[in-house]
Design a protein around this ligand. Structure first.
Ligand SMILES: NC(=O)C1=CN([C@@H]2O[C@H](COP(=O)(O)OP(=O)(O)OC[C@H]3O[C@@H](n4cnc5c(N)ncnc54)[C@H](O)[C@@H]3O)[C@@H](O)[C@H]2O)C=CC1
Ligand SMILES: O=C(O)[C@H]1O[C@H](OP(=O)(O)OP(=O)(O)OC[C@H]2O[C@@H](n3ccc(=O)[nH]c3=O)[C@H](O)[C@@H]2O)[C@H](O)[C@@H](O)[C@@H]1O
Length: 459
């Protein structure tokens, strides 16, 4: 099938590459000439495991092309995926300017029937606005006889496992209407997704608004589980319980399940923070408040300070003259994405209190350097307090303590004797609960996890 993907970011590039891998003829459009140049020169603008190979293979086979040519992109695909960003506006709502610009472009150039698929995460009712934008452009061209259908097909992939998630989806949610165009769109979407599930056992067909809502409901539920566990972990620290034991204890109930119950130093990324906010904003537009989600957001904002608080409790408010090692910068492992990463909050807190830090991340160093320059644009002196290390061990030199923010595999089994010998004080603040507190105690390391009180072990 001939497919156009509008927006070649995380979602657009993965969607385009994976659909090309299944034999489709895919045209990826982006307004960012730099991105398109990188892709056309055999590079890849993001770090995503396995993606480069899929892109390269399909580009070489002529099934995947990248361009900034809007007219050609509209002419190419019978199905036009909109996968542009929907960042938060100042009031927390999703900023739809990129989605609507993409829609207008389709209306401006289309010459035959198109299925327009909203893959971006968009508030309930956006499909109607996309439809109106396209219809408006067609009216301006005097081409109202041209027909199209707008379908909602939200994406559930996770960064760091995006190719795998796209190729082996738990579910495919498709919202369409019951008009003749909507039913034709359903037929085309069925054909497109047939290789993922021949009998469509994983596809959930629904109306457009429910599909749009499903995406926010999923992210809000996942964020809720995390904030719930984080709040309990903070209490576990006080009452002397171990949140890891509690996690196993509750996760074994199939009604609860084991996934997404890891306490830590807060959730980050481009989606949970913005989607929780956007759903709250939608509720407000309808004079309803989502009390739970407001709490989820507040708990997360506080949780990003939890490591900083533990550092202050151990070393005091004034950290001048103190030096810390920090492992992990990206918001999660296997990505270089720094959006809303907890590391940024901790680094800010340490350097503002006068400390210096040496940081290391297996893949996010370049992106971190770019982002931290923006974070400290108003106070370049603070930026001088950050050193980018060459390895995890390198950061430990002269450090008073180690803080871990991202659970990269490479951090899971360090040589603890060496860690202890290199640090000035054998102190670890572990924001992702990588280590066993008992093992740490036995190794003579002063260990601060999240909700892993040693009291629980009678220490
Ligand atoms: N990143 C993720 O893991 C996931 C993201 N989503 C959602 O997917 C959407 C896209 O997210 P990302 O891929 O992360 O964003 P991104 O920021 O990585 O990529 C968006 C791309 O769209 C391009 N763009 C903007 N306006 C354009 C236009 N008019 N025409 C062509 N290209 C245009 C930008 O230059 C950029 O390259 C968002 O709504 C997000 O919430 C959904 C599931 C997972
Ligand atoms: O809409 C989106 O963009 C995507 O958002 C999340 O994916 P992503 O943000 O890539 O990463 P997650 O693995 O969900 O992690 C998000 C954050 O939660 C944190 N987290 C995750 C799980 C957990 O148990 N505890 C926890 O603190 C992670 O450290 C990370 O900071 C969802 O998992 C995807 O299904 C969704 O498609």
């Amino acid at each position: 099938m001939k497919i156009t993907i509008i927006g070649t970011g995380y979602v657009g590039l993965v969607t385009g590459a994976c659909l090309a891998e299944l034999g489709n003829d895919v045209f990826c459009l982006d307004v960012d000439q730099r991105k398109v140049d990188i892709l056309n020169n055999g590079g890849i603008p993001i770090h995503e495991p396995g993606l480069e190979e899929v892109v390269e293979r399909n580009r070489a086979a002529g099934r995947l092309q990248f361009s900034t040519d809007v007219a050609a992109s509209v002419a190419h695909g019978d199905i036009q995926f909109i996968a542009v960003g929907t960042p938060p506006d100042e009031d927390g709502s999703a900023d739809l300017q990129y989605v609507l610009a993409a829609a207008r472009n389709i209306g401006r150039y289309m010459e035959g029937f198109k299925v327009v698929v909203d893959k971006s995460t968009v508030p309930v009712g956006t499909a109607d606005r996309v439809k109106a934008a396209i219809a408006d452009e067609l009216a301006q061209r005097g081409k109202t006889e041209l027909s199209f259908s707008v379908v909602s097909n939200p994406e559930f992939l996770k960064e760091g496992a995006a190719v795998e998630d796209f190729m082996r989806p738990d579910r495919i949610v498709i919202g369409h209407d019951q008009s003749p165009e909507g039913l034709h769109a359903q037929t085309l979407m069925k054909k497109l997704y047939a290789p993922f599930n021949r009998n469509h056992e994983r596809t959930y067909w629904m109306d457009v608004r429910s599909a749009e809502f499903t995406k926010y409901a999923a992210n809000a539920m996942l964020a809720t589980r995390i904030s719930f566990m984080n709040e309990l972990a903070n209490l576990a620290d006080k009452v002397g319980a171990d949140i890891e034991s509690v996690r196993h204890g509750i996760g074994s109930d199939p009604r609860i399940g084991h996934s997404f119950l890891y306490a830590g130093c807060g959730y980050g990324g481009s989606c949970f923070p913005k989607d929780v906010q956007a759903l709250e904003r939608t509720a407000r537009d309808y004079d309803q408040s989502l009390l739970i989600l407001r709490a989820v957001e507040q708990v997360n904002d506080l949780q990003k300070h939890v490591l900083g608080k533990k550092v202050v409790a151990r070393f005091g408010e004034d950290l001048a003259g103190k030096h810390f090692a920090l492992w992990g910068l990206a918001f999660k492992p296997n990505t270089d994405d720094m959006r809303e990463a907890s590391s940024r909050v901790l680094i800010g807190e340490l350097v503002r209190r006068g400390a210096t830090v040496a940081v290391y991340d297996p893949v996010a160093m370049k992106e971190a350097s770019r982002v931290l320059q923006l974070d400290f644009a108003d106070d370049a002196a603070l930026l001088q307090r950050i050193r980018f290390g060459t390895s995890p061990m390198d950061t430990l030199q002269d450090a008073d303590a180690l803080a871990i923010v991202t659970e990269w595999k490479a951090f899971r089994s360090p040589d603890f004797e060496r860690v202890k010998a290199t640090l000035k004080n054998p102190v670890i603040f572990d924001g992702r609960n990588l280590f066993d507190p008992q093992l740490m105690a036995d190794s003579g390391i002063e260990y601060y996890g999240i909700g892993r009180s040693l009291l629980a072990r009678g220490q």
